[in-house]
Design a protein around this ligand. Structure first.
Ligand code: NAD
Length: 271
């Protein structure tokens, strides 16, 4: 499993992880156990997903040393003024004594409390209870304000990113500031994207599924990806992406699929 260095001393993140948004609480333990058996070493949950207990149980029951599994959780929007308490609640639900990455889930610029939340997250990082801290759904504007007012630059920004929404400007901004890009809904939630005829051509050429082609494109761009599935065969399929390379022409063909179209909410207005 390939890992990338975060801008935080010595912390590495496995480039491919397992996302658990919309995995029901009573299925999360089984799904994460299946993923860990298939070779995943990185799980992405959030307070808002209501499944941290199951994620934590699977990690603890896996038999893997804690330091071999990278666990991310996220601070919910209603908790920007109580980040320290909300983080303690995350750890309690996970049954862990630290997380590898703690993200602020959305900036909620209308509420204007994300700098306050970030300052609490900096303390959590300094205490060693989150090995790294980062953002999710931040834009150039909200990241700029955060970096102006904070001590610690986010290690990563987790954003909606797939071939139909390629986020070139934001990715360039991340790169210029030493922030990794993490793609949520990397498969475009499966829907129309995986049936796109351009992917069918590449699928036939490489002998890989459309989902594998899309995940490989992300990896070659340098994105961290966290595809989600509860189906064991797809969980296995989505990690079988380290045995082929898309050539430059095919990377460009996927680059040409951009429609600038979101599936999820707009971070400027979502609260
Ligand atoms: P995704 O792009 O990972 O798509 C998941 C869906 O695609 C599955 O439900 C399934 O229907 C389909 N699928 C998965 N593997 C497939 C395969 N091999 N072949 C065909 N279809 C397949 O979408 P997602 O769950 O929205 O995003 C992944 C993760 O990103 C989430 O689980 C969560 O951890 C994270 N996320 C974060 C935010 C945020 O605001 N930070 C928002 C959304 C998602």
């Amino acid at each position: 499993m390939n890992s990338l260095m975060l801008n935080t001393d010595g912390v590495q993140i496995p480039q491919l992880g397992f996302g658990v948004w919309q995995v029901p609480a009573d299925e999360a333990e089984q799904a994460v156990a299946t993923a860990l058996k298939a070779g995943y070493r990185h799980v992405d949950t959030a307070a808002a997903y209501d499944n941290e207990e199951g994620v934590g149980r699977a990690v603890r029951a896996s038999g893997l040393p804690r330091q071999k599994v990278f666990v991310t959780t996220k601070l919910w929007n209603a908790d920007h003024t109580r980040a320290a308490e909300a983080f303690d609640e995350c750890l309690a639900r996970l049954g862990l004594d630290y997380v590898d990455l703690f993200l602020i889930h959305w900036p909620v610029p209308g509420q204007g409390r994300y700098v306050q939340a970030w300052k609490e997250m900096e303390k959590i990082y300094r205490d060693g209870r989150a090995k790294a801290i980062g953002t999710s759904n931040f834009t150039v504007s909200t990241l700029t304000r955060l970096m102006d007012e904070a001590d610690i630059t986010p290690s990563i920004n987790q954003i909606e990113l797939h071939p139909y929404l390629q986020q070139r400007e934001l990715r360039a901004f991340h790169e210029a500031n030493g922030i990794l890009t993490e793609a949520w809904s990397p498969l475009g939630q499966g829907k129309g994207l995986l049936g796109d005829p351009a992917l069918a051509v590449l699928s036939a050429k490489y002998g890989k599924t459309p989902a594998q082609i899309v995940l490989r494109w992300h990896l070659q761009l340098g994105n961290v990806v966290i595809p989600k599935s509860v189906t064991p065969s797809r969980i296995a399929e989505n990690i079988e992406v380290f045995d082929f390379i898309l050539d430059a022409e095919d990377m460009a063909a996927i680059g040409a699929m951009n429609k600038g179209r979101r599936i999820g909410p707009d971070p400027d207005t979502f609260n």
